[in-house]
Design a protein around this ligand. Structure first.
Ligand code: SF4
Length: 330
């Protein structure tokens, strides 16, 4: 769509694992993201969320399909295009310690980004480091400390300050609060909510914590074995999930503790493996609603009640209008 910042079209990422086995990590993912919008990407481990995030930023391979960011074709972009991608995007990783260079103080780590991307004149760099640290709630006096002298929450804030140093239009946060204590998680999430409002950041939030996704995200995409099986506005997906897999995930959230993660095995049955994707609907071996067609044919997206759903239960062609799709993404 013309007003999209990011457009992902039928993206596939396959690679060889040990013994020459083909891992089909991402299998035809399509979505778009507008400036300032937050998309939560959820699903069990191994569903391809992180591989998808890395491919979008060209930090990992793209096998087929197209990713377009702010007019740059990420797959085929020339040197200038990829340099622009690096200037306008950033990734925040799960492990706040490993994401930072242990030999550099956090001030130097932020400074490095400002120098490489020439974001401010050399004489302004120190002041900008202090501004960025204050923006993420870190006292500038901590600038001289190395990651080992800081808490996990402080390191994650430093990682966010480093990401913000490029003044990105898009941040992909990959399980960025998963390794932190609950109280620190809440502080980081509040910080992201504040920054997104203040800086009009687009954010892809990869998470297994559905409570956090509900608080932070405008839209949710549920992934299963490399495909998005349901996507829609956060309230629509949480209040009225449609795909049997999404329903299972939602059922597994205890009412008394909405801030819990995805269950390790929401439905029982064989855990999913991207090395051996079942024919037809990949979810069919675990689905309580499975039908004969599900074992043979891959379900296409249907647009139901404000959400895109890939499931044969919603085969009524009258619900599959392009106008409805436009409405969802309007
Ligand atoms: Fe279940 Fe069939 Fe829908 Fe897949 S397509 S989720 S197996 S009902």
């Amino acid at each position: 769509m013309s007003d999209s910042l990011l457009r992902v079209d039928d993206l596939q990422v396959h690679f060889l694992a040990g013994k020459g086995k083909l891992v089909r990590a991402v299998n035809g993912v399509t979505f778009d993201l507008k400036p300032g919008e937050t998309l939560g990407l959820v699903g069990e481990s191994g569903c391809g969320k992180s591989t998808l995030g890395r491919a979008i930023l060209k930090l990992g391979p793209l096998t087929a399909g197209r990713v377009s960011f702010d007019g740059i074709d990420v797959g085929t972009g020339d040197h200038a295009g990829i340099a622009q991608l690096r200037r306008e995007t950033a990734m925040i990783f799960q492990d706040p310690y490993n994401a930072l260079n242990p030999r550099l103080s956090i001030g130097s780590a932020i400074e490095e980004v400002l120098r490489v991307h020439r974001k401010v004149p050399p004489e302004r760099i120190k002041a900008r480091v202090a501004e960025l640290m204050q923006l993420v709630g870190l006292a500038p006096a901590l600038a001289g400390r190395r990651p080992s002298a800081l808490s996990g929450g402080q390191c994650q804030r430093a990682g966010i300050a480093r990401a913000l140093a490029v003044e990105p239009k898009l941040i992909i946060a990959d399980e960025c609060v998963a390794a932190l204590d609950v109280s620190i998680q809440a502080q980081i999430i509040n910080l992201l909510i504040e920054l997104k409002a203040r800086m009009n950041l687009a954010l892809i939030f990869i998470a297994h914590d559905l409570g956090v996704v509900r608080r932070l995200c405008d839209r949710v995409a549920v992934m299963y074995l490399g495909r998005i099986v349901e996507e829609g506005a956060t309230e629509d997906v949480f209040d009225a999930p449609k795909h049997p897999y999404t329903k299972a995930l939602m059922r597994a959230i205890p009412e008394i503790d909405p801030d819990c993660g995805l269950p390790a095995d929401p439905l029982g049955g064989e855990p999913p493996s991207p090395l051996d994707i079942p024919k037809g609907c990949a979810f069919h071996p675990r689905c309580p609603d499975v039908m004969p067609i599900c074992r043979e044919a891959l379900p296409q997206n249907r647009f139901v009640g404000g959400c895109a759903v890939a499931c044969h239960l919603y085969e009524d062609p009258t619900t599959n209008s392009e106008q409805e799709r436009e409405r969802i993404h309007a």
